[in-house]
Design a protein around this ligand. Sequence first.
Ligand SMILES: C=C(O[C@@H]1C=C(C(=O)O)C=C[C@H]1O)C(=O)O
Ligand SMILES: NC(=O)CC[C@H](N)C(=O)O
Length: 709
Amino acid sequence: MINGEEKPLRILLVDCYDSYTFNIHDLIQRASSKCSITTVHWDTARPDLWDSLTCFDAIFVGPGPGNPSEYASVFEKIWNSDVPTLGICLGFQSLALHYGCSVDKMPTLPWHGRISSILSTNDSIYRNLPSVKGMRYHSLYVDSIRTNALRVLAKSTEDQIVMAIEAIEKPHYGILYHPESIGSSDAVSIVRNFFNVVEKFRTDNSTSSTETGFDVLEIQPSPFIKNPKTPSMRISSQEIPWTDPLTVVEYLNNADKPICFLDSAKKPGKFSIIGFFEGPLSYFIRYKKWINTTYIVNCQNNLEETYNGDFWEIVAKFMEEHKAFPIESALPFHGGIIGAIGYECSDYSSRSIAEASSFTYDTKKNQRNYVDAELAFVDRSIVFDLEEEKAYVQTLYPSDDSLQIWWEDLLFDLQKFSKNKLKHHGHGSTIKKPTEQDYTDRVRICQQRLLNGDSYEMCLTDTTFAYTDPNFSDYDLYLSARSHNPSSFAGFLRFPHLTLLCCSPERFMKYKDSTCHFSPIKGTLKKGSQMTYEEARSKLLNSKDTAELNMIIDLIRNDLHQLAKKDSVEVPQLYQVEEHPNVYSLLSHIYGQVDESITAWDVLAKCFPPGSMTGAPKLRTVRMLEEIEPYGRGIYSGTLGYWDVTGSSEFNVIIRSAFKYNEDSLWRIGAGGAVTVLSTPLGEYEEMLLKANSILPALCLIAPDREKY
Ligand SMILES: C=C(O[C@@H]1C=C(C(=O)O)C=C[C@H]1O)C(=O)O
Ligand SMILES: NC(=O)CC[C@H](N)C(=O)O
């Protein structure tokens, strides 16, 4: 309060590329009704900002990977200033380092994603908070505070590690655990206690951060489309006699047509979708990251347009030109984008255009000629409501008077056509799997990085290669896959450059009426013949699996906090155990509301690639995994799904899948698992094989009851 008026707190939030920085941004907003937050990356902020810190009322030094000494050039300026500052984790460590304490590797296993009971001095920023819960994400710690310039404010009860400190002479504080985490308590009270200190240091002549030109960067979601256009398409949809979706796919297969099939092969999946390419407005869209080029081909006249630049923005602009007027409909899809986006289609991946031609990318990843994403825009579709056993044929082309004729011809052909019986006995396939030695060596490399403090969790993966019996169609292989492992987020794509057999159990993101829903899986348990659901649940709710999942829940909260409305990010169900054909999975549900100007595609682009497939902190972990993993992931661990012309969308995580680039007909099966400090190398190798075996038998066309290679 200055002169009786409530001047907004001018906050500087220093982002050290952690995956939880924007959870802190949300916490600050929840702790102060009036604040303006300037968020900057520690290494790219305008240099004069560090000499103008007094234009802020308070500073938050965020958490991050690595050792605080890596950031000394900036951190020293902060701790030499008199501005009230709160450092979190890495920030805490840098404050201790500034006062001459040593920051070392934990003497025991690091705490990543586990919650500590913490006792405080019940004063200072812990006033009226004698004990709290704290989610810990740290490999480094401060053994003891060997200076009179600092005072210990809190310690963990389990291992007596210093959890919070304050400087004696300056309003500088540090907290080692993450108060902003879903697993911590009393964070708003702690920050409000800190803000009470801040208020004492505010003066009338505090300059405003805007007077120094440091724009106040409230998190302003930047939608791809700034000025939405009036829709141009009109949906028409009519119920048709029920038919099994596989019969339609088999008909398309035998007609050697492209196949675009999203398959709810298991509950809770309710709808299956088939896209068709006969309409006048159907397209294929493919992207090659190494030349940053997107190709859009009309399926009727084969005219191809080439676009250079951001793939996500190009697709967003294409869809803006093909939006439809909303209609009252319970169906998830009426026409629009269906397809697969590969893992490397983000700036997290170091395979940027400039680097793409580098030695690493060119030879080690050897994917110069392949697509990084391939989508279809379908203007005709059939949606199957599997619960109601109802089917609907739809078109986007208002005067598509050929629709009726098209559908009647298709129906006539289907009636002549009976579903093929799956050939269970193939001649096997040539399989090349990762060796135990190679994979366990890589697990150890990951664990070394975790112990160094470079990451909290690394989702390590590798690729199994398979050549299959040429006598079997891709569709036969898909039928075999879905019989082995019926999944809620399955799909079969046979596109011009990419064929994908997907039996994914994991939703990445669902978007409907501006509500976003993420449900990451972390924690996989092989089904035993005697294992009951309750036994599986008690095993999965152990500390290793819940720790893995906690890290991803906080990561997704962080990504959503950059887009969602204030106070709208929620985790109503922290842990859920799901039963699948071969495994039990531990998952969570995270929701957020975005402004209507933010589309599903904006959310997908911002949160991509799926955090459950990277680990955290996302950027440094993705970069390290790229160097550790022997091959690029390509389509594996990317996402398959739809973006409807009315705006609704749902995308999965492409796991338990096989894909091939049609140029070389070599099937690639990615598989892996989250490596933490609690992992065992052999256990991770076995988990990787377990997941690969969710799809491998299908490539050998082996009946579900027999497994051999
Ligand atoms: C890495 C894979 O699965 C991912 C890792 C999981 C885990 O660590 O338990 C579970 C589901 C996925 O998010 C895979 O299936 O290849
Ligand atoms: N969450 C963090 O800021 C981690 C700090 C440091 N990289 C460590 O591992 O201890």
